[in-house]
Design a binder for this molecule. Structure first.
Ligand code: ATP
Ligand code: MG
Length: 435
């Protein structure tokens, strides 16, 4: 149980840490990326503002001349620009910024580029771009930051695209992201180990007080058992003493006392059994027992106690042997049959014992009042009694003891139930020697 809590705590701590670090890393990454991008855009804008006249000046002057000329001359001039395009492009792979000047008809006028071949695609890349709005585009293996401007002084609609390669910064961000991921992974591993250790440390005092509490229950049950037995025997002596003549009221009180003492006795027995199970002090014999025979015998004597409204059905495979503690197995059967009888008004109770491939299956089912879906997951808990059945006598320890016996024999116990239809307990026990 403590190991399970420790594991749960470790997982929770680690999950919180991952979530926290992940959010932190994402915020950090976005912040760095935004700052870098803003810086790049600002630099690019500054480059344009500073060089604006120099970049577009020639063309503005030229365009102004063209404006005063004939239209066909203007077109010829533009045509000349396009044909002489190659001459007007300066390549400089070392430069940080580059630019391209286009006419309104998307013909290249003048350019200074650092990425050879970009001129063919640049206009297409920026076709949808709005004036002065920075665009991050991917071109081949490069990441570019581009801005398109229509110069205010240019009446002919010429425009310029200024740009800068941000591939290096992009790679840097990428590497940073990988580093973040690796750091998060290492951190998670470290936190997992640390939180496992810390959860274990925190568990020590809890475990101690829990053990103390268990020991107290065990000691108290043990101490109470003897006086209770004495008390019960005294009641019996009192009852059988011929010199005592009780009135009918006195006899009633005596009977009540006996019944309550009996109830307390079985409660103490149950508590003691579970305390021993918790402290792993329960001694379970390992002897070969004839399970088929035991179940048959118990069923026969149980049948005699059943009211006429309930029939007992048996489906018991002959010759099934089991290795375990006979007294515990008998107790297990009593608990299940007692419940079945207690919570069934009419119909039948059926016991099935069969040998599966590697398991022995024992099923006890009834056509009783059933257990609601809300109660069903809790019936194996100590002192749990379904709300509807509280008026029935019982300690609420029966099924907890049954489960402990099954676990002690390395088996499984499950329950299925439907209100007003019935309940079915299935027990699977190992056939082979498990040690
Ligand atoms: P005890 O067995 O200690 O005398 P109990 O029978 O109330 O007391 P459990 O045997 O542990 O306690 O059962 C727990 C609860 O599960 C019961 O109170 C009852 O509500 C429900 N239950 C168990 N078996 C059946 C059954 N066959 N049909 C309907 N309800 C059941
Ligand atoms: Mg019971």
């Amino acid at each position: 149980m403590f190991k399970q809590i420790q594991r749960k705590l470790t997982i929770q701590y680690a999950a919180f840490f991952v979530l926290f670090v992940l959010i932190l890393m994402i915020i950090l990454y976005i912040a760095i990326q935004t700052i870098m991008q803003q810086q790049q855009v600002q630099e690019l804008k500054m480059f344009y503002t500073k060089e604006q006249y120099h970049l577009m000046g020639d063309n503005i002057e030229r365009d102004q001349e063209i404006e005063s000329d004939q239209t066909d001359r203007h077109e010829k001039e533009l045509h000349d620009h396009t044909t002489d395009e190659e001459k007007e492009i300066e390549y400089d792979t070392n430069r940080v910024y580059f630019y391209y000047v286009f006419t309104k008809k998307h013909e290249l006028v003048h350019a200074d580029e650092s990425l050879i071949g970009l001129q063919k695609d640049i206009d297409r890349l920026m076709l949808q771009a709005k004036d002065g709005e920075p665009q991050s585009v991917k071109w081949k293996q490069e990441h570019l930051l581009l801005i398109k401007y229509h110069a205010k002084s240019d009446k002919n609609g010429n425009y310029i695209i200024v740009g800068q390669s941000i591939t290096k910064q992009h790679r840097l961000l990428e590497r940073m992201m990988y580093a973040f991921v690796v750091l998060t992974m290492i951190g998670t591993l470290f936190i997992t180990v640390l939180s496992h250790y810390l959860a274990g440390k925190a568990m020590v005092p809890i475990r101690r007080s829990f053990e103390r509490q268990r020991k107290f229950v065990s000691d108290a049950s043990h101490e109470l058992r003897t006086p209770l037995t004495v008390f019960y025997s005294s009641l019996e002596v009192l009852e059988s003493d011929e010199e005592n003549h009780f009135s009918s009221f006195g006899q009633e009180v005596l009977d009540d006392l006996k019944e309550e003492t009996q109830h307390m006795k079985s409660l103490l027995e149950g508590l003691l059994f579970l305390a021993r199970y918790d402290q792993k002090k329960l001694k379970t014999k390992k002897e070969t027992i004839e399970l088929s025979k035991i179940v048959n015998n118990i069923a026969k004597s149980f049948e005699r106690t059943l009211p006429a409204t309930i029939t007992l059905k048996l489906e018991i495979e002959e010759g099934i042997l089991f290795e375990g503690d006979e007294t515990s197995i008998r107790e297990l059967l009593y608990i299940l049959l007692d419940n079945a009888a207690k919570f069934t008004e009419q119909g039948y109770i059926k016991i099935t014992l069969s040998k599966l491939k590697e398991k022995i299956e024992l099923v006890v089912e009834d056509t009783g009042i059933g257990i609601s879906d809300n109660d069903l997951p809790n019936v194996f808990e100590r002192f749990y009694q379904a709300t509807k059945n509280r008026q029935k006598k019982g300690t609420g320890l029966g099924l907890a003891i049954a489960q402990a016996i099954v676990f002690q024999h390395h088996g499984q116990i499950t329950v299925e139930s439907q209100l007003q239809k019935g309940t079915k307990f299935t027990i699977l026990l190992p056939t082979v020697d498990h040690n």
